[in-house]
Design a protein around this ligand. Structure first.
Ligand code: ADP
Length: 331
């Protein structure tokens, strides 16, 4: 998670891996998507074929990588993991595709960031399990067809709007992952606390569930910070420890982090509540507009602090209230 340098490290990644559910049954929430995936996988198994290609769309930390792994585990299939930024030439993709074994699940994270030339190769691969490889250069160049083993592509994207239509159309199924509600997040936390052998008060877990931006990854990370806090201060991981630890890490009562608040304060104070365009907003807070659009904005919209209008982003009345600023133009 690039927006969260404090919380990302090797240890955090190992911890994240250890907590990943390994079956659809263990996967908390996303009931609709789970049912849809279950049907797709069962039908494929009954027909003894590879499942259709799957696109998983949604903000970071909601379980896209986890679901890709589950697609492989549930079918007893090998899994290959790659990502859009790692595929900068058609050759990178050709190397991966030509080495897949029959039935393999290929996970491409951030699939919208793949090179154009690779994207075009992927169309044919997804449709016909075949690619054309260019041999030689200039006038003597010829294309040699190469048959691939049948595979299932699982693509993940935080920006499904950025995928070219021909690519989007080649996925048999697209799942839009939603933010989790507090009851689901509590379930995620109870599971994590149990797996880690942490003794945490139930009301402490509920507090974390309400302050993790609807995101399991953040819930699990905050749990670790609370555990650290209780350890260092020699107390229990109780409500007091949660509040103190989350204050220390700048997580506000709504779960907003520093970047969320910077965006809100910019809209409210510099642009009088908006509307303000995405790029202007990104420049004002010194972030990439992609991060604002994929990471920050979906949650702010979800909790009703901003709305998207054709003229830009606007603060809602509850945003003015939450930040304790008198609304511009209000009496
Ligand atoms: P994404 O790929 O969407 O960024 P991940 O699949 O890497 O998200 O999930 C991040 C972390 O959150 C993982 O450690 C995983 O254990 C946890 N997680 C995500 N979704 C769930 C879920 N539905 N139930 C339990 N844990 C989850």
């Amino acid at each position: 998670d690039l927006t969260d340098p404090v919380l990302s490290s090797e240890a955090e990644l190992a911890f994240e891996g250890a907590l990943r559910p390994k079956s659809l049954e263990e996967f908390v929430g996303q009931t609709r998507v789970r049912g849809q995936l279950q049907l797709l996988l069962t039908a494929a198994t009954m027909q003894q074929r590879t499942p259709d290609h799957i696109l998983l769309a949604g903000p970071p930390g909601l379980g896209k990588t986890t679901l890709a792994m589950i697609v492989a585990y549930e079918g007893g299939r090998p899994l290959r993991m790659s990502s859009g930024p790692a595929i900068q030439h058609a050759g990178d993709l050709a190397a991966i595709l030509s080495s897949l074994v029959p039935g393999e699940v290929l996970f491409i994270d951030e699939v919208h960031r793949m090179a154009r030339s690779a994207e075009e190769m992927l169309y044919l691969a997804m449709e016909d399990f075949r690619i054309d490889i260019m041999v030689g250069k200039g006038a003597g160049a010829t294309s040699v067809p190469l048959d691939l083993a049948p595979f299932t592509l699982v693509g993940a994207t935080t920006r499904s709007g950025l995928l070219p239509n021909p690519l989007r159309d080649r996925f048999g199924f697209t799942a839009h992952l939603e933010f989790y509600d507090e009851a689901e997040l509590e379930q995620v936390l109870v599971r994590a606390a149990t797996m880690l052998g942490l003794d945490v008060d139930r009301e402490a877990l509920a507090e974390i569930a309400g302050r993790c931006r609807g995101t399991p990854r953040i819930a699990n990370r905050l749990l670790r910070r609370v555990r650290d806090y209780a350890l260092v201060h020699g107390g229990r991981a109780d409500l007091g420890a949660v509040r103190a630890a989350l204050d220390l890490y700048d997580v506000d009562p709504l779960g907003l982090d520093r970047l969320d608040r910077a965006v809100m304060e910019t809209i409210l104070t510099r642009f009088g509540g908006g509307p303000v365009g995405l790029n202007t907003l990104a420049v004002s807070v010194g972030e990439e507009s992609e991060t604002i659009e994929a990471v920050v904005e979906p949650f702010l919209v979800r909790i009703g602090l901003i709305t998207r209008t054709p003229r830009g982003r606007m603060a809602t009345p509850s945003a003015w209230r939450h930040f304790g600023i008198p609304e511009v133009g209000a009496t």
